[in-house]
Write a protein that binds this ligand. Structure first.
Ligand code: KDO
Length: 339
């Protein structure tokens, strides 16, 4: 390992300081090797959500494969970096690991915006096939070149559905006219919200609960395990199963960190990221299969709209969008043909 390029922290010296200051230096701490590579993680996920818990799996996996080599620091709730600012923090060398979205990547790799479009990825299996095959390889290479990050694993964030503050009839996009639908604050997200027929309104994830409670927004969209984990069901009355985006996150490490690791160290980190993603994916898929009962018990109305009408409207708006001009020729066909 090239130590000069690594962020290192001497735990032993911390322990010594603690003793000098009259504090308690835990024995386990004093027994660890002096140098640990610090891996700072930042995520807007709430601790109860699977992609919040998955970082503990990454940490445990690294502790097993490389005992005492890493100091893994997990920061959830966007407490270290604000949602969407993680790629810039990684490029600046202030952050080592994050789960970044297709929307984050599309800002610097316009070709990637194809995955921000509704109704492109069919289901979690299709998602893994697309990103773990040649299409993923080609596009992750662009992300490495343009964003200076290496993607280690594809996380299934879940299938996004609509979640409304009040009940109303929602069967087709026309029924969402005038509905202030909260979306995260980038143009690709807002485009998705508008293409569903609503009035997309930007708001950070951490402000959604209050926005719904006070009525500054009428609705939000997220996968249902997140609606449960972030407690949005407490401040909403209806779920509309549009299935409009089979959403992904990508566990990414800064190239600065990645390139400083030896080949066996890279192998350990990649395996740990993949174990974390698998933990999230398995649990989330299982939870999605049975989650509707939970919302019904909470008194929410759950409706299935005319999904074909939503698909048609969303696909038509992307087809004529500027964004689609950036999609490599033939890529949509290759995605559709991936089985
Ligand atoms: C959200 O803000 O709605 C979103 O679901 C967008 C995702 O890309 C991701 O940032 C996610 O929030 C957070 O991880 C919180 O679950």
């Amino acid at each position: 390992m090239n130590t000069s390029t690594l962020l290192r922290r001497t735990l032993l010296s911390l322990a010594t300081t603690s003793v000098l200051m009259g504090g308690h230096a835990p024995t386990a701490l004093a027994q660890t090797v002096a140098d640990k590579t610090v891996l700072r993680i930042s995520s807007p996920a709430v601790p109860d959500d699977w992609h919040g818990k998955m970082w503990d799996v990454l940490k445990a996996s690294l502790n097993k494969s490389a005992p005492n080599a890493y100091d893994v620091q997990i920061n959830l709730n966007g407490s270290l970096f604000k949602q969407g600012t993680e790629p810039a923090a990684m490029a600046r060398g202030n952050l080592e690991l994050a789960s970044i979205s297709a929307f984050d990547i599309a800002k610097l790799v316009p070709e990637f915006s194809i995955f921000t479009a509704g109704y492109v990825i069919r289901d979690p299996k299709h998602q893994q096939k697309v990103f773990n095959g040649p299409i993923g390889d080609e596009l992750f290479k662009l992300a490495s070149e343009k964003m200076d990050v290496t993607i280690l694993a594809t996380v299934y964030l879940g299938t996004r559905e609509l979640n409304l503050r009040d009940t109303r009839k929602v069967n087709t996009p026309a029924d969402l006219k005038g509905v202030k639908l909260r979306m995260p604050g980038s143009k690709e997200w807002l485009f998705l919200g508008d293409s569903l027929g609503a009035t997309a309104t930007p708001l950070a994830f951490g402000e959604v609960y209050m926005g719904l409670k006070t009525g500054t927004i009428d609705a939000q969209d997220n996968p249902l395990p997140t609606v449960r984990a972030a407690k949005f069901y407490e401040v909403t009355q209806q779920i509309v199963l549009t299935h409009h985006l089979v959403d992904s996150l990508f566990i990414a490490v800064s190239n600065k960190m990645w390139n400083s690791l030896s080949a066996p160290e890279q192998k350990h980190l990649k395996a740990a990221a993949q174990a974390a993603a698998k933990f999230n994916n398995d649990n989330r898929i299982q939870e999605e299969a049975q989650i509707l009962d939970f919302f019904k018990k909470q008194g929410l109305k759950v409706v299935t709209p005319d999904q074909a009408a939503f698909r048609k409207a969303v696909q038509a708006s992307y087809d004529k969008s500027e964004m689609a001009q950036n999609w490599p020729q033939g890529l949509m066909d290759r995605i559709n043909a991936t089985k």
